[in-house]
Design a binder for this molecule. Structure first.
Ligand code: PHE
Length: 347
């Protein structure tokens, strides 16, 4: 093998050993660069006699061309390999099964609320919704709970930094009872001037707020208000209706109900409603689930109705409390922690 063949062979081997473009450029420099072997020999031609220069020059150039060709071939090979690697990385396996989008579910409190609504609807109650930011009048005064009355401190209320037309701070409603007034007023207006008025039967579920936070109290919680007013509505109706509701909600007939005397400014007499299961995990314990009472005559007047003609009862139950009992929980806070692992159990 002559000298030139040797160069070509060495260069081709060096190019083949290069697996990255930078290595290839280094190998190229060793042969074709300014100080590369081929270049050095071309420079050295100047010292030769013209005849010899011509012959040797031709041989060097021929070798140079072959080295350049080998370089170009290797460049193409590397570029092709790079492209193939990229294509393989981006390959799509169209036979793989698709990814499912995670399906959400209703919050357990929402489910409890919907359950309550459908039970009361089946008993002929309307379902009403009302504002969570209330005026002082609806939250307290109209409910026979005048300014500076000590009963106002039964609830530690959140106030809103805005005043109403009478100059009173607005509040985050501490109970759903304002809806008794709002709904009855609208009902009275709708039937004004007619001889008779159909009974008012409504529930108003929703969010309520109090400055209160422990295992059984959350600053934001849910209540469902109930109101049944008519010409002959009595505590007996409340008892029968509420017991039916409890049986339907907990899906058991093994439950008793009792009224325990209490005080609310807007009802007279007033009572707490306790329930006791006669079987199951909660068996044998009285559990408080609701405030209730006969609507106070002053409240009936504030609704725009005549307490000599209409009478009835109201109740306010804790939706979260009912849900805690139904799902057998000891703490209501997980309902509001927003941990999907907890919530997914109800899906
Ligand atoms: N609003 C009362 C409370 O939040 C409950 C209640 C409602 C009591 C209706 C009597 C009648 O504690």
């Amino acid at each position: 093998m002559n000298e030139f063949e040797q160069w070509v062979e060495e260069a081709t081997a060096a190019f083949a050993a290069a697996h990255a473009p930078a290595d290839l450029e280094n190998a190229k420099a060793r042969f074709l660069g300014k100080a590369g072997r081929v270049t050095e020999h071309l420079k050295a031609l100047g010292r030769l006699a013209p005849e010899e220069k011509k012959a040797r020059g031709a041989l060097i150039n021929a070798a140079k061309q072959r080295i350049e060709a080998a370089l170009a071939a290797r460049r193409d090979a590397l570029a092709q390999a790079e492209l193939e690697k990229q294509l393989a990385g981006e390959a799509l396996d169209v036979t793989l099964p698709g990814r499912r989008r995670g399906e959400g579910s209703l919050h357990p409190i929402t489910r409890a609320r919907m359950r309550i609504e459908s039970i009361f609807r089946s008993m002929g109650f309307d379902v009403a919704d009302g504002p969570e930011i209330e005026t002082d009048w609806y939250s307290f005064t109209a409910l026979n709970n005048p300014e500076n009355h000590p009963a106002r401190s039964m609830q530690d209320t959140f106030y809103v930094d805005v005043k109403d037309a009478e100059g009173h701070w607005l509040n985050l409603r501490p109970h759903t009872s304002p809806m008794q007034i709002r709904y009855a007023q609208a009902h009275a207006r709708r039937h004004a001037g007619r001889g008779t008025m159909p009974d008012i039967r409504v529930i108003a579920p929703g969010r309520t707020y109090r400055v209160d936070s422990d295992a059984t109290h959350s600053p934001m919680f849910h209540q469902v208000e109930g109101l049944w007013l008519g010409e002959q509505v009595s505590f007996k109706d409340l008892k029968a209706m509420y017991l039916d509701f409890i049986k339907a909600f907990f899906e058991t007939d093994d439950v008793k109900l009792r009224f325990r005397p209490s005080y609310f400014p807007f009802t007279e007499p007033s009572a707490e409603i306790d329930i006791m299961f006669e079987s199951g995990p909660l068996e044998g314990r009285w559990l408080e689930v609701s405030g209730s009472g006969q609507v106070h005559p002053q409240v009936v007047r504030n609704m725009g109705l005549d307490p000599e003609r209409v009478i009835g009862f109201a109740f306010g139950s804790g939706i979260d409390r009912l849900a805690v009992l139904r799902y057998g929980m000891s703490d209501l806070r997980p309902f509001f922690d927003g941990d999907v692992r907890f919530l997914a159990q109800f899906a």
